[in-house]
Write a protein that binds this ligand. Structure first.
Ligand code: UT7
Length: 317
């Protein structure tokens, strides 16, 4: 399997750390130093479906395919306004597709899990062309009265079109049931029969724990995925890491003993866009002409669950 087109879309509203400091007990200095984030994009006038459509249409255009040539759509999303139908159904008509699809929720590791699914479908002969759309709006489930998660998360969408063939070399997925470190508990409708009804609550995060697990698991996952691909860390051209915290990326880099220029970031501009962060970064790197045929890309992501995933691919065009 190989990627033949990418696209991304971000909200028009840029919110700086100083904007947040005007109503939260925080500062530009603290956020920059602890996370690397300077500003983020937040939905204001657009909807998440607008972003997802824009990213998908850009990826299709780059691939040279029309929507009706797709065999399957996979959407990665943690939460959006519609519980049902799935985001893939909502987007199908907008992008001119006729095929079936499904939504997955593997938190911030959704993109790599979607790649694994797409690769499995292609290997089973069920599809030749698959569209993955990662579209996330975590700003809609952060607690905006608190500084803990609202400074980190942001909205955005990234998409890739995949075709059967060579390129995807290995994938490694991990999961440990540890709900309490990061969760969003949604409020459901009231029934006349439910006893002891629980209200929902915005995103809860034990940041330090997530940080520690992220660094150790991401390093492990990358080593396993590289070994499965028969490669060494030094063979990698770029490590495309989930953009969660610049210090997490820096810690993984140090543990792998690899140079800084192999770890591109855009967290400074966009914050943590959950599962959309890697496809957005990939799209930007391609647009900037930084990725070339034959390059080895290693990707790693982690998030609520606790889940993590890494994969290795060779760039084919
Ligand atoms: O997609 C995956 C999802 N999540 C993550 O990847 C999150 C991983 N964790 C992190 O990125 C970091 O743990 C955070 C950025 C969330 C927090 O950074 P930290 O360096 O772990 O800070 P901390 O929670 O240990 O807090 C240090 C201090 C505390 O004050 P005291 O007790 O030392 O006086 C906090 O109260 O910083 C304070 N603090 C803040 N100050 C200003 C915590 N948040 C803020 C804030 N602004 N936003």
């Amino acid at each position: 399997m190989k990627i033949i087109g990418t696209g991304s879309a971000l909200p028009s509203l840029a919110v700086t750390n100083n904007d947040l400091a005007s109503f939260l007990d925080t500062s530009d200095e603290w956020i920059t130093e602890r996370t690397g984030i300077k500003e983020r994009r937040l939905l204001s006038t657009e909807t998440l479906y607008d972003l997802a459509e824009e990213a998908a249409l850009k990826a299709l255009k780059a691939s040279g395919l029309r929507g009706d040539q797709l065999d399957f759509i996979i959407c990665s999303n943690v939460a959006n306004r519609f519980i049902t139908p799935g985001m893939n159904c909502i987007l199908q008509e907008k992008i001119g597709a006729k095929c079936a699809g499904l939504d997955i929720n593997v938190a911030c590791a959704g993109f790599i899990n979607a790649l694994m699914l797409a690769d499995s479908m292609m290997q089973a002969g069920r599809a030749q062309h698959i569209l993955i759309i990662c579209a996330e709006e975590p700003s809609k489930y952060c607690n905006w009265d608190e500084r803990d998660t609202s400074i980190l998360f942001a909205d955005g969408a990234g998409a890739v079109v995949l075709a059967a063939g060579d390129g995807f070399k290995s994938v490694h997925l991990s999961m440990t049931s540890n709900k309490d470190v990061l969760y969003y508990e949604r409020c459901m409708e009231k029934t006349p029969f439910e006893k002891n009804r629980k209200e929902g609550q915005p995103l809860v995060m034990r940041g330090r724990e997530v940080f520690r697990m992220a660094v150790s698991q991401s390093t492990k996952d990358l080593k396993v995925a590289l070994a499965e691909a028969g490669l060494k860390p030094s063979d990698v051209t770029y490590y495309l890491m989930h953009q969660a915290n610049k210090r997490i990326i820096e810690s993984v880099r140090t543990l792998l003993d690899e140079p800084e220029e192999k770890f591109p970031t855009n967290i400074e501009k966009y914050g943590n866009t959950s599962s959309a962060s890697i496809p957005i970064l990939l799209d930007e790197m391609l647009a900037a002409g930084k990725i070339h045929k034959g390059d080895i890309l290693a990707m790693s992501a982690f998030g609520a669950g606790f889940v993590s995933a890494a994969c290795v691919m060779q760039w084919m065009y």
